[in-house]
Design a protein around this ligand. Structure first.
Ligand code: HEM
Length: 480
C-alpha cells in the first residue's frame, strides 16, 4: 500500500512540476521579450515576473529531484508515504502563497529576497509577510521530508556505511554502499543544512518585521545566510538528479549496475563538505566580508565541483565508449543533461575565480551558467526520470514518437537561448535589468534572439511532456 501510495504521489509530483515548469518558461520568455523591447512591462511587473520565475524554477526542480530519489529509494529501504504526502500538501500551499504574493501582491524583491529589499515595501504591504510565510511553509514540508528519508537510510546503513567510508581503503568491503545511496545521503545532508539556515534566516527576518524595526538585522550576516541557503539548495538539487542517474543510466542502457569505487566515495565525500563553503563566491564584491572567506569561496568552488563532475563524466564515458548500449529517450536525456551540467559548471568555475569575477559579477554570464546546468542539465535529469517512470509504470506504453524531432528542438532551443546569455555576459551586459540602456548596443538584439530560441525550447518541452503528462494522469486516476 505504502509503495503504491509513493508511486501515485510521484505521478502527482510530476504533473505539478510540469504544469509549473511550462508556466514559468512562459514568464521567462516574457522577460526576454521585455528586455528586447518587443513587449513593455512596467518595471515592478517585470521584477514580480522575475521573482516568481526564479523561485518557482528552483522549487520545482528541487522537489522533482526529491520525488525521484524517494521513488528509487524504495528499492533499498522503506520510506514514509505520510512524509511524502505532507511535503506535497505543504508545497501546494506554499506555491499558491508565493504566486499570490508576487502576481497579485506585486512582491518583487527577486528570488533571493536580499535584505533589506523585502522591507523596502514597493508593493501591497501584506505581500512581504505572505512571501516569507510561504517560504516557511515550504521549508517545514521539505524539512520533514528530508529528515524522514535520512532516517529511513540510517535505519538500514550505519553512518560510515551510508557515506561509503568502508570503500576508501577496501576494494571489496563486506557491506557495499550503492552509489545511489551514497549520493542521496550526501545531497540530503546538504539540503538539511541549507534548510536549517533558511529557518534561522526567516526567524531573523520575522523578528525585524514584527518588531516594526525595533530589532534590526546585520546585513552581512543575512546575506551570508541567504546565499548559504540559496546557493546550496540550487546545487544539491542537481546532486539529487545525479543520484538517480547513477542508478538508472546503466539499468536503462542494459549495462551492469555501477558500483561505488574508492574514487567515487572520496569524490562525493569531498563534495559534501566543499559545496557548503562554495557560496562565499556570491560575496566577492562585499568588501566587508573577511578576505580569508573570499579565498575559501574560490577554493571550495573548485573542490566542490571538480571531483564529482570528474567521476561522473568518467563513469558515463566508460559506460558508453565503444560499448553497445540500448539508447532510449531517458538515457539520451541523461547524457545530454550531463553535458549541460558540465558546461554550466565550467561557466560557474570561470565566474567563481576572483580575478574573472571582477569582470563577470552580476552580468548575464551568471544566468548563462546557472541556466546551462538547470535548463539543459538538471531539468533533463528529471525529464529522463519522468519519462522512464511514466513508461515503466503505465499501461499506456506504445512506441515513443518524434524522439529525434524532440531532441533536435531541445538542443537547438536550449543552446541558442543560453548562447544569447553567454555572449551578452561576455560583453558585460548586466543581469536583472528590465530594459537595457542604449550603451549596451547588442543587449536588446541578444534578448530578442534569446526569446526566439527559448520558444523553440518551450515547443520541445511541450512535445516531451504531453505524453508523460497523459501517462501520469492515468496513473493518478487508477487506470494503470
Ligand atoms: C527556457 C526556459 C527559461 C527562460 C526563457 C528563462 C528566462 C530567464 C530570464 C530572462 C531571467 C532574468 C535574467 C536576468 O536578466 O537576470 C531568468 C532568471 C532566472 N531563472 Fe530562468 N529561464 C528559463 C529556465 C530556467 C530554469 C530551468 C531554471 C531552473 C532553476 C531557471 C531559474 C532562474 C533563476 C533562479 C533566475 C534568477 C531570478 C532572480 O535573479 O531573482 N530558469 N530566467
Amino acid at each position: 500500500m505504502e509503495a503504491k501510495g509513493i508511486k501515485k504521489n510521484t505521478a502527482i509530483w510530476i504533473i505539478a512540476v510540469l504544469v509549473l515548469f511550462v508556466l514559468s518558461i512562459i514568464l521567462g520568455i516574457i522577460m526576454r521579450l521585455n528586455q528586447g523591447g518587443a513587449v513593455h512591462l512596467d518595471p515592478g511587473t517585470f521584477y514580480a515576473d522575475m521573482t516568481i520565475h526564479g523561485i518557482t524554477m528552483i522549487g520545482i526542480w528541487f522537489v522533482a529531484g526529491m520525488a525521484g530519489v524517494n521513488f528509487i529509494m524504495e528499492r533499498y529501504v522503506k520510506t514514509s508515504y505520510r512524509a511524502n504526502t505532507f511535503a506535497l500538501v505543504m508545497t501546494v500551499i506554499g506555491v499558491v502563497m508565493l504566486w499570490v504574493s508576487t502576481l497579485i501582491g506585486d512582491f518583487h524583491a527577486g528570488w533571493t529576497f536580499l535584505y533589506p529589499l523585502p522591507f523596502k515595501i514597493a508593493w501591497s504591504a501584506w505581500a512581504t509577510p505572505m512571501f516569507l510565510w510561504a517560504l516557511a511553509v515550504l521549508g517545514v514540508g521539505w524539512l520533514v521530508w528530508v529528515l524522514s528519508l535520512m532516517t529511513a537510510l540510517l535505519k538500514k546503513y550505519s553512518i560510515s556505511q551510508v557515506f561509503a567510508w568502508q570503500h576508501f581503503r577496501n576494494k571489496n568491503p563486506e557491506v557495499e554502499t550503492p552509489p545511489f545511496i551514497l549520493i542521496s545521503m550526501i545531497s540530503l545532508l546538504g539540503v538539511l543544512a541549507c534548510l536549517i539556515a533558511a529557518v534561522v534566516l526567516l526567524v531573523l527576518l520575522f523578528a525585524e518585521y514584527y518588531s516594526h524595526g525595533a530589532f534590526v538585522n546585520d546585513a552581512l550576516l543575512i546575506k551570508n545566510l541567504t546565499y548559504f541557503f540559496g546557493h546550496t539548495i540550487a546545487n544539491e538539487m542537481l546532486y539529487l538528479g545525479l543520484a538517480i542517474i547513477y542508478e538508472l543510466f546503466p539499468e536503462i542502457s542494459g549495462r551492469p549496475k555501477w558500483k561505488t569505487t574508492w574514487y567515487v566515495a572520496i569524490a562525493w565525500n569531498l563534495t559534501l563538505f566543499f559545496v557548503l563553503l562554495a557560496f562565499f563566491h556570491h560575496l566577492y564584491m562585499d568588501f566587508v566580508q573577511p578576505e580569508g572567506l573570499q579565498i575559501v569561496g574560490q577554493l571550495a568552488s573548485y573542490l566542490a565541483s571538480l571531483p564529482s563532475a570528474g567521476v561522473t563524466v568518467f563513469s558515463v564515458i566508460v559506460a558508453v565508449y565503444r560499448t553497445k548500449i540500448k539508447w532510449s529517450l531517458s538515457n539520451l536525456l541523461f547524457f545530454i543533461g550531463i553535458a549541460g551540467w558540465v558546461i554550466g559548471g565550467v561557466g560557474a568555475v570561470i565566474d567563481a575565480t576572483i580575478s574573472n569575477n571582477f569582470l563577470l559579477h552580476n552580468t548575464l554570464w551568471v544566468p548563462a551558467h546557472f541556466h546551462s546546468y538547470n535548463a539543459m542539465g538538471n531539468v533533463l535529469f528529471s525529464l529522463g526520470f519522468f519519462h522512464w517512470f511514466s513508461v515503466e509504470y503505465s499501461k499506456r506504453k506504445g512506441p515513443e514518437r518524434l524522439s529525434s524531432l524532440k531532441l533536435s528542438f531541445l538542443l537547438l532551443g536550449g543552446i541558442g537561448f543560453l548562447a544569447a546569455f553567454y555572449v551578452a555576459g561576455a560583453e558585460s551586459v548586466p543581469r536583472r535589468y528590465s530594459s537595457y540602456p542604449v550603451e549596451f548596443t547588442s543587449a536588446k538584439l541578444l534578448a530578442t534572439l534569446g526569446a526566439v530560441f527559448a520558444t523553440v525550447y518551450l515547443i520541445a518541452i511541450f512535445l516531451f511532456v504531453s505524453s508523460i503528462f497523459k501517462r501520469c494522469i492515468n496513473m493518478v486516476l487508477h487506470r494503470s
